[in-house]
Write a protein that binds this ligand. Structure first.
Ligand SMILES: [Fe+2]
Ligand SMILES: [Fe+2]
Length: 308
């Protein structure tokens, strides 16, 4: 694809968003750009003493896998927030749901659209800075954002006239879960295995969490108000798809991101048993965190009276 002319790039620098300060990356040689506790592939590689195949251009496996994990995490985040979350909040502002929200809801929903645009902007800037400073290029990921894919699969269970409403429900669930996920990630900062993680990663997460904890409260409030005001007929129509979403999303988290692991292991090893071993290892390692996410999804759906 053609690249953007310099004049346009310079012009874009006067956009309001550039008045906000972005976090500059300073990465020391011994530091990890992504926490080991969130990427068990490293433990697998080190325990099994896996070295890359002859002819593989990767110099340092640990840095390479962690950089790919960083790119994957922040690219997925930017895609999910700018598409699904912004879209759901735009629906509140434009009265797209069967339940109409008042002025204050609309005002907050508009502010969330700006926040999410900013988070996406920061996430993409972080990917750029890490690529520039490490010289590690991102491998092309073939799949769509997984949460979004699960959402699309489950939406098929809903009558077409309620598709918009289903977007609001799922975006609310994902907003609440994202805050929980960021919280878990920040709490894992003190684990021994994460002692070499760059402060830059945690600064990004802390900045994001500040907004997401607020979004999470708004998402729960929105979901509760929405659910209370729809008809029994609509509730009956939406419920099986919501149950299915919780099931599929929990499985996705519990099983680890197998698709990503396959893609990241492919340049390292031609041996299918090594790749399968990595997937299995990661699933086992992430079990406890996945369980915590599942429990908080169920609690949140009970709290908002969707599952009562
Ligand atoms: Fe966000
Ligand atoms: Fe958010």
């Amino acid at each position: 694809m053609q690249s953007i002319p310099d004049a346009i790039l310079d012009w874009s620098k006067v956009a309001s968003i550039h008045n906000k300060k972005l976090i500059p990356l300073t990465l020391e040689k011994h530091q990890d750009i992504f926490p080991i506790s969130s990427q068990p592939v490293i433990k697998y590689i080190e325990q099994k003493q896996i070295t890359h195949e002859a002819g593989c251009e990767i110099k340092d496996l640990r840095s390479w896998v962690l950089a790919q994990s960083f790119y994957h995490y922040f690219s997925e985040l930017a895609a999910l927030e700018s598409r699904l979350i912004c879209n759901a909040n735009a629906g509140i502002v434009s009265d797209s749901y069967t339940v109409k929200f008042d002025h204050n809801f609309k005002q907050i929903a508009s502010s969330i659209i700006i926040d999410e645009g900013y988070h996406s902007f920061c996430a993409l800037d972080a990917v750029r800075q890490v690529e520039e400073q490490t010289g590690i290029k991102s491998v092309k990921m073939l799949k769509k954002n997984c949460a979004e894919q699960i959402f699309v699969n489950c939406r098929r269970l809903v009558e077409h006239r309620y598709w918009n409403d289903f977007t609001l429900v799922i975006a609310s669930i994902l907003e609440a879960i994202l805050a929980k996920d960021l919280d878990l990630c920040l709490r894992a900062r003190n684990k021994i295995e994460n002692k070499n993680t760059s402060g830059y990663f945690y600064l990004l997460q802390e900045n994001h969490f500040r907004d997401e904890s607020r979004h999470s409260c708004f998402a729960l409030l929105t979901l509760e108000a929405f659910w209370e005001n729809i008809t029994d007929e609509e509730r009956t129509n939406l419920l099986p798809a919501i149950h299915e979403f919780v099931e599929q999303y929990s499985n996705f988290v519990s099983f680890g991101d197998a698709e990503f692991i396959k893609q990241v292991m492919a340049p390292i090893s031609n041996d299918q048993t090594v790749i399968d071993g990595a997937i299995e290892f990661c699933q086992h390692d992430r079990k406890q965190e996945a369980r915590q996410i599942q429990v908080s999804m169920l609690n949140m759906l009970n709290q908002t009276r969707v599952f009562c």
